[in-house]
Design a protein around this ligand. Sequence first.
Ligand SMILES: [Fe+2]
Ligand SMILES: [Fe+2]
Length: 319
Amino acid sequence: MAIEDLATTLTTVWKFDYETKIKALRELYEVAKKEQWNAAADIPWELEIDPSGDILDPRQDLFREFDFVKALPESEQTNLAVGNAAWILSQFLHGEQGALLCCGQLIEVVPDIDGKLYAATQVIDEARHVEVFHRYLSRLDRVYPIDPTLQAVLNQILQADLWQMKCVGMQVIVESLAMGSFKIMKEGSRDPLLRKIVELTAHDEARHVSYGLIYMKDELPRLPDSDRHRIEDFAFAAVDALSGRRPGTGLLSQMAILDGTGVDKQVAIAEIVEKFADPVFVASQPDPIRDHVLPQLQRIGLISERTAPRYRELGFEIA
Ligand SMILES: [Fe+2]
Ligand SMILES: [Fe+2]
């Protein structure tokens, strides 16, 4: 589907007091202006991708570990690894568009001039990210559709009725997840082109997370309990969906990479689910939600005594 409508209910806020009120956000705006880069000129696009090398960090490319993959001829395994990289990078591409749409909304809905100006810089950051991931994926020759779970979370953020909810959902949760994932890719990918892309992109995402933390640290304590509880519940629901920790979730759309290989998807899913049911294996894997998203939610007090048990039920350790 080339276009898709999503009805949202935004309240557009004018602000006629142009003086700086949130100094840290204004400083971040200055940093953002200085750190702009050009996706067309600052990436070594002349480099070729070696499909037989590890495009993804081997820790993000678990497919090679599974029996249903090992049973395939070597050339099929390589093709599958490229497909898996394309699937994951496709989700980043679509996620970047979600971020572009959301920070466009933030310009309208946030009530502070410092927040509006900063969000404007993020719009061009996200446009650049869409550009780089699309350009890279065109080299892999395939773009997969957005995962329905990811799209549902992004839609909830885009449709949220509280601007603080959008800010927590996008700037704290999705941005931390992206930053953590890009860091893993930067450390482990053997493709220098992708490494450069995610290095520059992760640098921007770190600024985007800072915006969410600076803004929400002061804003959340001012909210009535009823709104704060709604945001706590919203944060948990997003983490629950994105973590894929409930058995069988989050795998079905990724199995599109098996199309044409002759592998039975149900057999593949059963093997993957079994592997992820082992807590020792899960603990040994990099996990951007555990390592990047939850610490930030804790920093802004969004994992409360009321919601902490739900995170523990998903297997996360909450102090
Ligand atoms: Fe981005
Ligand atoms: Fe971002």
